[in-house]
Design a binder for this molecule. Structure first.
Ligand SMILES: [Zn+2]
Length: 423
């Protein structure tokens, strides 16, 4: 295969307009300039996987037709678009669609856009059970509606993608649209489906490799309003991205111990993202940095698609997952991940002050109680990291260092003494 001609092949017109493709092409130019053949080859494989292996399916064509009718400010990726007041432009199409949402978000959505969408069939998933989920899938299957629309945050997006996966398996040609109403997670752009209780009831145990929505529409003005009313739902997602700081170190450790193989291009992308994070000013209106933010989220989701989740999910995520166990309501995932990143940076012997400063810049809480944890809960979550990592088959620093009670207390108390976290 001629890498150079292959990598520049553009099978679909929109690709060259996406931020993701532009980013990969810039890297390609850099590697070509420095004659870095290894990275050029790794990048060619990434390009192949992202754009060339996916054929021009019916949904790609539908998406193109749909996008042509929208005023799009930024094509982040082929299926993720950004625009001011972009959502209402789709209302005529989704009048009689099936909507997956939750009870808190939907009234706010209707009020903000001043729309009732009366013809739509609406399912709320706040307390959804496995049986109810199965019933929704049956109803979606039987329905003549062309669009299935997810309106909400991470949980709604997970349920939407699960339904989408089931419908694809039945070769039913519906189009799945997503309107994220929070940026607290990047679930909207990720092919990973978290096993929520209802999904677990249907026999799934660990994270599922599912589809991504056919089109994700980020409405800059709606999300900017959210930034004003509930900024934590915007900023928490930045905490989730901070995971690269410790996860990449864990990934390298896994390679050194023969448990995984790192990809140098991806490692470079992760450190480049950390540099980009340092340039984000959350004090500014979201419309000035949302394209950079959503690009970072989309890049992360693609990275996990290319090489699996290790570079984005290491010991800090083991901590975050264990810390949220049994706490109601659960703390914001991204806030916990940022805290986990700080704790694991200490364990890994990294620069804790730098991580702390980044949390401060993003106005992420450094106080345990503000996040929703006690010192004891944080210590106990640390102690459970190794067993959870083994369950997930994720090799991290928790395999090398014994997070016993005494050690875990010492780490948490040390961070408190140094003023890096508070009780
Ligand atoms: Zn996460």
């Amino acid at each position: 295969m001629n890498v150079h001609s292959r990598i520049l092949a553009m099978p679909r017109s929109v690709i060259s307009r996406t931020h993701l493709a532009q980013y990969l092409l810039t890297l390609h130019e850099k590697y070509a300039l420095f004659r870095d053949h290894t990275k050029t080859q790794e990048l060619a494989e990434i390009w192949q996987k992202t754009f060339l292996e996916k054929d021009l399916s019916l949904h790609t064509k539908q998406r193109q037709i749909l996008c042509n009718s929208l005023r799009i400010d930024h094509y982040i990726h082929e299926n993720v678009v950004l625009g001011k007041n972009i959502v209402p432009q789709l209302f005529p199409l989704i009048e009689s669609s099936i909507i997956i949402t939750d009870r808190t978000v939907y009234p706010l959505f209707q009020k903000y856009y001043n729309t009732a969408l009366r013809e739509a069939i609406v399912y709320t998933i706040d307390t959804i059970t496995g049986d109810a989920l199965r019933e929704i899938i049956d109803n979606v299957m039987k329905s003549h509606a062309q669009f299935v629309v997810g309106i909400g945050g991470g949980r709604v997006m997970d349920i939407l993608k699960f339904i989408q996966m089931k419908i694809i398996q039945m070769e039913n040609g519906k189009f799945f649209l997503a309107f994220p109403t929070s940026l607290a997670t990047h679930v909207y752009a990720s092919p990973k489906i978290h096993v929520l209780p209802a999904i677990a009831e249907l026999g799934y145990q660990s994270t599922i490799d599912g589809p991504v929505p056919d089109l994700v529409v980020l409405d800059t003005l709606f999300l900017e309003r959210l930034q004003q009313t509930n900024p934590r739902l915007i900023r928490a997602g930045l905490g989730d991205i901070m995971a690269y700081i410790t996860a990449v170190e864990d990934w390298k450790l896994a390679e050194m111990n023969g448990k995984d193989a790192i990809n140098n291009v991806v490692v470079e992308m992760c450190s480049d993202t950390i540099k980009r994070l340092h340039k984000i000013n959350v004090q500014l209106p979201l419309s000035q940095w949302i394209q950079e933010y959503s690009f970072i989220q989309v890049l992360l989701c693609n990275i996990t698609d290319w090489v699996g989740s290790p570079p984005a999910s290491g010991s800090e995520h083991l901590f975050a997952k264990e810390a949220e166990e049994g706490i109601h309501p659960p703390p914001l995932h991204g806030e916990l991940v940022a805290l986990g990143t700080l704790i694991m940076t200490k364990v890994q012997g990294g620069d804790c002050q730098r991580v702390h400063n980044l949390m401060k810049t993003f106005q992420l809480p450094t106080s345990l109680s503000e996040i929703g944890l006690t010192v004891e809960q944080a210590v106990s979550a640390m102690q459970r990291c190794r067993s959870y990592g083994r369950k997930k088959e994720r090799f991290t620093i928790a395999e090398i260092v014994d997070f016993n009670k005494e050690y875990s207390q010492q780490i948490i108390e040390g961070l408190i003494e140094n003023g890096l976290i508070h009780e």
